[in-house]
Design a protein around this ligand. Structure first.
Ligand code: NAG
Length: 305
C-alpha cells in the first residue's frame, strides 16, 4: 500500500467515524508512535478502556480472563528488536465449558486452529469455515477466515458471553530500527453480557474494577499494575493457578447487587491486544490492519475528538 492510498483509506475511515477526525492526519513513517511504541510488548486494553503494556516472560502462559465457564489465555514468545528484546503473543487459548479452542501460528507462519484437540483443515480453494457447537446451555461458534476484511487471517470465537477475534500480523513487518519481525497474533474482543460470577485475569480484573463502585480508577500510565507472575498458568487450558475462576460456582446475588449499583455499564464492553506499531515492509506486501492503525492513532493523541 502506498502512503497515498493509506491516507485515503484513513480519510474514508475518519469520515465514517467522525469522532476519530484526526486520523486522516496520521503520518506513517519511521517513528515511534505513542507511549507503547518501541517497546515490543503486547499492549492490552481492558474493559474500562485503560491500555497498558504487558511484558511477561518468553514461553510462558498468562491468564487474560478467567470466569466460571470461560478462560482466555495467551502464550508469549521472544521478539528481537534492533535495540532490545520484547515479547509477542503467539498463541491464544479459549475455553468454554468443556470445549477448547487453540489459535497458534504454524511452521509456515499462518494461523492454525485446534478445536477440542483436532486441528482444523481448510481444503484447497476453501477460505472460510464455520463451526457451531450447540451445547446444553449456550452455544460456541468458531469462524475461521483467511481474508477477514481489514484483518487478514482471523479466527472469531463467540460464546453467549464472550466474543474474541484473534488475527495474524504476518512475518515481515519492520521495527523502528529496520529489523524484520516474525509473525504474531493480536486480538480484538467484546464482553457481550455480564459474567455470572467473579472474573479474574490480566484483563478480567478490569471488569471487576468497572463494576465496583468503590474502586479508584488506575493511573493512565500504560503500565500493568498487577504482579505478572500471579497470572501465570502452566498451559493454555490449565486450571490450577491461584487466580483461576473456571469451574468456580457463581455467587449471583453479589453480582446482581453490583450491577444494580452501576446500571450505566452498557454491553458489549470492548477489550483488545495490539503490538506497538510496526512499519509495513513494502516488498512482502504485509499491511498494517486498519484496526492496528486506529489503535496507534489513538495512542498518538488520545484527546483527538
Ligand atoms: C535477545 O535474545 C537473544 C536470544 O535469547 C539473545 O541472543 C540476545 O542477546 C538478546 N538481546 C538483547 C538485547 O537482550
Amino acid at each position: 500500500m502506498t502512503s497515498t492510498t493509506l491516507k485515503i483509506s484513513l480519510l474514508v475511515l475518519a469520515m465514517a467515524l467522525p469522532h476519530l477526525g484526526s486520523v486522516a492526519g496520521l503520518t506513517i513513517g519511521p517513528v515511534t508512535i505513542g507511549p507503547g511504541g518501541g517497546t515490543g510488548d503486547p499492549v492490552l486494553t481492558s474493559f474500562d478502556g485503560r491500555s497498558f503494556e504487558f511484558m511477561g516472560d518468553v514461553g510462558k502462559f498468562y491468564s487474560l480472563i478467567s470466569e466460571r465457564s470461560h478462560q482466555l489465555s495467551m502464550r508469549l514468545k521472544l521478539g528481537q528488536m534492533f535495540d532490545h528484546n520484547g515479547t509477542y503473543m503467539d498463541g491464544i487459548g479459549f475455553m468454554y465449558q468443556q470445549h477448547k479452542v487453540l489459535v497458534e501460528i504454524d511452521a509456515a507462519g499462518n494461523l492454525e486452529v485446534v478445536l477440542d484437540g483436532k486441528r482444523l483443515q481448510m481444503s484447497t480453494g476453501e477460505t472460510e469455515q464455520e463451526h457451531i457447537l450447540a451445547l446444553e446451555q449456550g452455544e460456541l461458534m468458531i469462524n475461521w477466515e483467511h481474508h477477514r476484511a481489514g484483518l487478514g487471517q482471523a479466527v472469531e470465537i463467540t460464546s453467549d458471553m464472550l466474543s474474541v477475534v484473534a488475527y495474524l500480523t504476518p512475518a515481515g513487518t519492520l521495527d523502528e530500527g529496520g529489523v524484520v519481525q516474525p509473525a504474531y497474533i493480536n486480538f480484538d474482543a467484546d464482553l457481550l453480557s455480564p459474567p455470572a460470577g467473579a472474573m479474574k485475569g490480566v484483563i478480567g480484573e478490569g471488569y471487576e474494577r468497572l463494576m465496583n463502585p468503590k474502586s479508584v480508577p488506575e493511573e493512565d500510565d500504560y503500565k500493568f499494575h498487577g504482579v505478572e507472575k500471579d497470572y501465570e498458568q502452566a498451559s493454555y487450558f490449565s486450571t490450577s493457578h491461584p487466580s483461576c475462576m473456571f469451574g468456580v460456582p457463581a455467587d449471583t446475588s453479589s453480582i446482581k447487587r453490583r450491577l444494580a449499583e452501576r446500571v450505566h455499564v452498557a454491553f458489549p464492553l470492548h477489550f483488545s491486544s495490539v503490538q506497538p506499531k510496526r512499519l509495513p515492509q513494502a516488498s512482502s506486501g504485509a499491511q498494517p490492519s486498519l484496526r492496528s492503525l486506529l489503535g496507534a492513532s489513538l495512542r498518538v493523541n488520545p484527546m483527538a475528538v
